[in-house]
Each structure stands twice: as structure tokens, then as C-alpha cells.
Design a protein around this ligand. Structure first.
Ligand code: NAD
Length: 379
């Protein structure tokens, strides 16, 4: 499929400004992104993992963590902040606990390695705790909760981002937190897992990047400026000027607000402590350290604990009952965490990925710098 102007073919549910959007076919886009990372020095296997994770974010509607990240990842790779084909090192391995150091390798390599280890340990002991430090950006955290859930494991993930102070704590104006995501995967035997996965900021940073490059505008008041005034202007975070994506979020004078008032701000703080301090990846802070994800994950194997049957029966019963809650609006529906993503994935696989022209141009420019011509993929 050739890129189309979305004014004529705009998928419902995308929520973006139709006029400056293009639709890009998923499979050729995935191949092109993989080829960019291979041309930039990643092995074919790693390049495929990175492309798959970025595409998964787009397919599930989290464009903030999708292919839009390609120019920034490539810049990090070229500047040496991110290292190609860096397997995580097991620093500590005691019974059900392990600490992995990602040594600033791609999160798309380090995170699945940590999930594999967590599942192996949980299968043996019933439970496992895996701490990860110094990982490159792990992208959509829900991918890793899904990976565990698809294999029958419950998992809980607390994540922070060292070197990425973006969020003001409840009651404050200055940046003191990262967007510190939290995710839970809960498998339902014979059914679809519950996947709860969100940033603890009112919006993920990438959603501001999407808005800055001409995509879906921000809801009012998700940002706070240095004087305490609320804002929805991406320049509050990125400063003024072209290509916020490459400039990064340090240039602005304001911050993103924490979600859920004092409760969300508290959850973000706990993510910093568990994923940043306990793992020794580092909490977010004013120093100029390289951006890295820390992650503390808990894995439970209901089968080896003899809980699988009762857990599944009760969870199915409960989730069915939740869905019977009368919708608050006539055309509304009660959805379970993970449902919106699954629905959108089927649609985007069929129709293509909506990208702002700004984001698409920036990806094409990155491709050409890597010696790759988008036309080769029919794009
Ligand atoms: P979001 O605000 O869209 O919330 C997503 C969650 O809410 C999902 O679990 C989804 O199923 C659920 N949900 C959405 N609509 C729903 C509805 N109507 N009913 C019931 N449940 C519903 O997500 P976000 O905060 O914008 O985060 C986007 C992505 O960014 C996530 O995948 C997150 O992991 C990722 N992220 C990653 C990093 C990192 O450093 N790697 C940092 C921040 C965010």
C-alpha cells in the first residue's frame, strides 16, 4: 500500500487530525524499520525485535512508543548511548531473584531476556523477582506483560527512566519524576489476558512528541509550566523550533503532570524507588546521565502453585460481571484493560498505521541517512 493522505481514508478510532496524516501499510513499514536498524549496526535478529516492538506499539494504538522513535533510537545508537547486540549480564542470581544489567543495550533485547529468566525461575519456584538496570528504552511495557501472560504467567512490572526527568510530582511545578510506567499481565486460560499498561504521567512523553510532530493534539492541562500555569502546548516540554523529536524534551521550561493527583504521583514515586533505587539503575535526576530504563518485575506461575484452575474460574466469573456494568453513555461500553489494544490491532493490520506527515518525513530521512530508500518497500 502506498502512503495515503488520511483525509480520504482515515481509520475511525485513530483520533488524529485527518488533514496532515498518512496511512502506512504495516508489513512493509516493519521491514523498512528492521532494515534501518540492521544498516545502523544491529544484528538481523535484534533489528527484527526492535521493529516488532515499535510496530506493536503502533498496532495497539500507542503511537507514542512506535516507529516515531526510530530517529531518536538511531541518534542514540550513533552517539553511543545505545549499544547494538548487547545481551544483559546476570549480576546476581540467588534462588527466585536475579539482577540483570543491560549495559545500555536495546531494551527490545534486554527486556525479553529478563522475561525469559523470570518465567524459568517462576516455573521452578512458583514465583520470581527480576530486577533490570541500565536497559535501553524497553518501549511498550505491555509487550513484556503479554509475553509472560501468553505463556501462562502473571506478571507485575514497575519501570522508571533514569536521566529522564519529565514529570512534576503532585503539588509541585519542577520535574522530579520520569513517566515511570506500570504494567500487569494476567493470563486467562483459553481466553484473552488482561493487560494493564500505562505511564504514571497524565500522558506518556511520546504522546507529546506525537502532538509536537503534528499528530493528535494534547488534552487540556496535561502540562504545567514553570510558573504553575497549565498548558497543552508541546513547546512547554520541547521548547520552540522545528523537529522536537530530535531536539528531545529537555529544552522546555515546563513539565508533564502526574496522573491521578496524589495517588498517581505516589505510584510514580514508588516506580522510581523500585525500578531505579532497588535495581541501582538510578532514579531520574538532574544529572546528565544517559537515558536508561530500570524495571522490577514479579512473576507468578499459578500452575506450579496449584492455583491455575480456581484462579481462572474466579477471574472469568468476575470479568464477565464487570462487563455487565451498564455503560455510562448510550454509545459507550465497559472495556477490560487490553481490550482497546486488541481491537485496534486488527484494524490497523488491515488498514495501515496512521502517522503524522512530520513523523513520517523524519523516519524517511533517517532511512535515507542509513542508505535505505522507502520506495524500495513501496512506501
Ligand atoms: P494509556 O493512557 O492509553 O492507558 C493504557 C491502558 O489503559 C491500557 O492498559 C489499556 O488497555 C487501558 N485502557 C485504555 N482505554 C480503556 C478503556 N476505555 N477501558 C478500560 N481500559 C482502557 O497509556 P499511556 O499512559 O499513554 O502509555 C502508553 C504506552 O507508553 C504504554 O505502553 C507504556 O508502557 C509506554 N511507556 C513506556 C515507557 C518506557 O520508558 N519504556 C515510559 C512511559 C510509557
Amino acid at each position: 500500500m502506498k502512503p495515503q493522505n488520511m483525509a480520504a481514508a482515515r481509520p475511525s478510532g485513530a483520533g488524529d487530525r485527518a488533514s496532515d496524516m498518512v496511512l502506512i501499510a504495516a508489513e512493509p513499514l516493519r521491514r523498512m524499520i528492521a532494515d534501518i536498524f540492521q544498516a545502523e549496526g544491529c544484528s538481523a535478529a535484534e533489528a527484527a525485535r526492535v521493529a516488532k516492538n515499535l510496530m506493536s506499539a503502533n498496532l495497539t494504538g500507542h503511537d507514542s512508543h512506535g516507529v516515531l522513535r526510530t530517529p531518536r533510537y538511531v541518534r542514540w545508537l550513533r552517539e553511543g548511548f545505545l549499544k547494538a547486540d548487547q545481551a544483559a549480564e546476570i549480576v546476581t542470581d540467588t534462588g527466585p531473584f536475579a539482577l540483570l544489567d543491560g549495559h545500555h543495550g536495546f531494551g527490545q533485547t534486554v527486556a525479553p531476556q529478563s522475561v525469559e529468566l523470570g518465567m524459568k525461575k517462576a516455573a521452578a519456584a512458583g514465583v520470581a523477582i527480576i530486577a533490570v538496570r541500565n536497559s535501553g528504552h524497553i518501549g511498550r511495557v505491555g509487550d513484556w506483560a503479554e509475553m509472560a501472560a501468553e505463556a501462562g504467567f502473571v506478571s507485575v512490572h514497575f519501570v522508571n527512566v533514569a536521566g529522564s526527568q519529565l514529570v512534576a510530582p503532585f503539588g509541585g511545578v519542577d520535574r522530579r519524576l520520569s513517566t515511570a510506567p506500570f504494567a500487569v499481565g494476567f493470563p486467562i486460560e483459553g481466553g484473552k489476558p488482561v493487560i494493564l499498561d500505562f505511564a504514571t504521567s497524565m500522558v506518556a512523553e511520546g504522546k507529546i512528541m506525537v502532538a509536537a510532530s503534528g499528530g493528535k493534539p494534547l488534552p487540556p492541562g496535561v502540562l504545567i509550566d514553570h510558573d504553575g500555569s497549565l498548558s497543552s502546548d508541546p513547546a512547554t516540554l520541547y521548547g520552540q523550533g522545528a523537529d522536537a523529536n530530535l531536539r528531545g524534551p529537555r529544552a522546555g521550561t515546563g513539565a508533564i503532570r502526574a496522573m491521578g493527583e496524589h495517588k498517581g504521583s505516589g505510584l510514580a514515586l514508588v516506580c522510581e524507588l523500585l525500578a531505579g533505587a532497588l535495581t541501582n539503575s538510578g532514579c531520574c535526576g538532574p544529572d546528565n546521565r544517559p537515558t536508561a530504563n530500570g524495571m522490577l518485575s514479579f512473576y507468578i506461575d499459578p500452575r506450579s502453585l496449584g492455583l491455575a484452575e480456581t484462579m481462572t474460574a474466579e477471574a472469568r466469573h468476575y470479568l464477565d460481571w464487570v462487563k455487565t456494568s451498564r455503560p455510562a453513555s448510550p454509545d459507550g461500553e465497559v472495556l477490560l484493560p487490553g481490550e482497546p489494544e486488541r481491537r485496534l490491532k486488527a484494524k490497523r493490520l488491515a488498514e495501515g498505521i496512521p502517522l503524522s506527515e512530520g513523523a513520517w518525513n523524519s523516519i524517511c530521512e533517517t532511512a535515507r541517512l542509513a542508505g535505505i530508500e522507502p520506495a524500495r518497500y513501496g512506501l
